[in-house]
Structure formats: structure tokens, C-alpha cells
Ligand binder design. Structure first.
Ligand SMILES: Cc1cc2nc3c(=O)[nH]c(=O)nc-3n(C[C@H](O)[C@H](O)[C@H](O)COP(=O)(O)O)c2cc1C
Length: 299
């Protein structure tokens, strides 16, 4: 995917610490203690930028990272564990999305946050596509029609008892689906939570880490949305429906390049109000004992 890299070490500046060789995940360098690292296998480079970022002497030259593309970390801006935890504890899938536009600055940051996420072997195959207006309506209609068709079969008179017996969860959710149908017919968009923007995280269909990379990107983007006060909701229903929709139609509806598959979708919009409180999430895998141990290690 990447252009080949030109990597070199400026001998006069190099402090011979060998950190570039130590952090390189692709074994591009060889290093002997006290010597300037030697670029041996530039062809292995995955353009992760570790060598450039770790060098305190600015002695690394890399064709993928020109002037203006390397930045000093502003440590004072990094959130404290406490502020990050507060953000994550208070994050909600706030579905009270209004017609208010999402500020451009927020959309730009949410998109950038998605692209800063790590990807397997730095393959950077994730594409973020933003849908608006009629494109969201088309996604809503496609999703709703898919589930209504499915329910039409599963809840039909002869099949219904089997559905109740074998697909209990689906059977129980039918009532919710018919509530959605009423809202949809009234002109609302229940499946896409009346989103103002729909962010699609896609990758090539045959890529092995599509699920992982796209959902890593999703999580970064969702926290950034939260930091901006923008509502974000994971679109599991939409994604489920699109698993059964043809590749060609998926590409058309979601404006994806050929061969791309949506591995995560996010509804975005400005909420009608914010929640003043958060409650502890009941979690069977994170019990009082674990919490007490964490608190004890703090003190
Ligand atoms: C994989 C996944 C799929 C989800 N799908 C939907 C969805 O289709 N529609 C929706 O309104 N919420 C969806 N959600 C949001 C969850 O319902 C929500 O995260 C959960 O109820 C907890 O609420 P919170 O996000 O406010 O903490 C989904 C969440 C996840 C993680």
C-alpha cells in the first residue's frame, strides 16, 4: 500500500543511542553499541514513524515524514487519568439528536481522531466516509425495510411458534421493531437515531483486520465526539442489515470504493440536552473487589 521509504541517519547529529533501532517494529536498522545505526532494510519499513518520533537529536530523515509533519508532544495537553476516566464514565449514547448542525471543527476533529487510531501493521486501510441528508435517509429506509421483511417471515403465522422457541431474543424484539416502524412511517429515522451525520468506517472486504482496525478508529472518534459534546451512537442494527445487502448496493448506498465493507457505523448529531449524572455500569466482570484493589493501589 505504501510507497517505498527512504530512511537515513544524519551521522553528525546522531547521538548513537540506538533508540531508532530499538523501537523499529520492522527491523529496518542494525545497531551496534556506540555506533551510528545503519539502515539495512528500508524495504521493510511500514512507515509507522517510530524512528523519527523517538529521535531526540532530529537525526532521522524519512521520506514519509517531511518538515511540518513531526511535532513535539505537548505533555501539558495530555488528559490526566482522572479526566480521561471522567470522559469515559460519563460518555452516553445520547439519542436526543436535534436538527442543529454539528460544528465543522468538531467534525474535523472526530475524523482526525479516527485516522489517528492504530491499524494492524500500520496498514492504514481504514476509510472514513461521512453521509448526510438524503444519504442517511436511504440507509434508514434500507435498514428498516430489511428488518420488516425479516419480521414478515419470522413472525408469520406458521413460523411464529418456531421463532418463539428457537430465536427468543428476535421474537422479543419484534414489538420494538413495530414501534420503530410507526416512528419511521411518521417521518422519523429510528434506526439511524435521527443522525445529522453518519460516519462509516470501512476497509477492504478481504482485509483480515477490518473489524479490529475500524472499531479502533470508531472508539477514538467516539471519544472525540464526546469531548466536543457531540452525540454518537453505535449503529449495530444498520450494520447487521448491511451484512445481507449486496456488495454493489452497499457501495452505492454508503459511497464506498469498490471492494470496501462497512465494519462500523456511527450516528452523530447535537443532543437536545446533556446528562448531569452518570451511574456505575452493572458489570459482572468488574466487581467490587477489583474496584477496591484499584482504589487501594491509589492510596
Ligand atoms: C456493538 C454495538 C451495537 C449497538 N447498536 C445500537 C443500535 O443499533 N442502535 C442504538 O440505538 N444503539 C446501539 N448501541 C448502543 C448501546 O445500546 C449502548 O451502548 C448501551 O445501551 C449502553 O448505553 P451507553 O452507550 O449510553 O453507555 C450499540 C452498541 C454497541 C456496542
Amino acid at each position: 500500500m505504501f510507497m517505498s521509504s527512504k530512511v537515513s541517519v544524519v551521522t553528525d547529529s546522531c547521538r548513537r543511542c540506538g533508540r531508532c533501532a530499538q523501537v523499529c517494529p520492522a527491523a529496518v536498522f542494525t545497531y551496534e553499541r556506540g555506533m551510528v545505526p545503519v539502515v539495512r532494510r528500508a524495504g521493510n519499513c511500514i512507515q509507522c514513524g517510530h524512528c523519527v518520533d523517538v529521535c531526540e537529536a532530529d537525526a532521522l530523515r524519512h521520506s514519509a515524514f517531511g518538515p511540518g509533519q513531526i511535532h513535539l508532544v505537548r505533555k501539558e495537553l495530555i488528559p490526566s487519568p482522572e479526566s480521561l476516566m471522567e470522559l469515559m464514565r460519563s460518555r452516553r449514547s445520547n439519542r436526543t439528536i436535534t436538527d442543529k448542525p454539528i460544528p465543522d471543527r468538531a467534525m474535523a476533529d472526530i475524523t482526525e481522531a479516527a485516522y489517528t487510531a492504530p491499524t494492524s501493521e500500520n496498514s492504514r486501510k481504514v476509510l472514513v466516509t461521512v453521509l448526510e441528508g438524503p444519504d442517511i435517509q436511504a440507509v434508514e429506509d434500507t435498514t428498516m425495510k430489511f428488518f420488516l421483511r425479516l419480521a414478515g417471515v419470522l413472525m408469520s403465522r406458521p413460523v411464529r411458534p418456531l421463532t418463539k422457541l428457537l430465536l427468543r431474543d428476535l421474537y422479543n424484539e419484534a414489538a420494538e421493531l413495530y414501534r420503530f416502524e410507526r416512528k419511521w412511517k411518521a417521518g422519523l429515522r429510528p434506526c439511524t437515531c435521527n443522525a445529522r451525520a453518519l460516519m462509516v468506517f470501512s476497509a477492504p472486504k478481504k482485509y483480515d483486520f477490518g473489524w479490529q482496525d475500524c472499531n479502533m478508529a470508531y472508539q477514538n472518534a467516539s471519544l472525540m465526539a464526546e469531548a466536543h459534546g457531540v452525540s454518537q451512537i453505535y449503529m449495530g442494527l444498520v450494520q447487521m442489515a448491511f451484512r445481507f445487502i449486496s456488495q454493489r448496493r452497499t457501495e452505492q448506498l454508503l459511497h464506498l470504493p469498490s471492494g470496501h465493507k462497512p465494519f462500523a457505523l456511527m450516528a452523530l448529531g447535537m443532543p437536545a440536552f446533556y446528562y448531569p449524572k452518570y451511574s456505575d455500569k452493572p458489570n459482572p466482570h468488574y466487581n467490587e473487589k477489583t474496584k477496591l484493589a484499584a482504589d487501594a493501589s491509589d492510596s
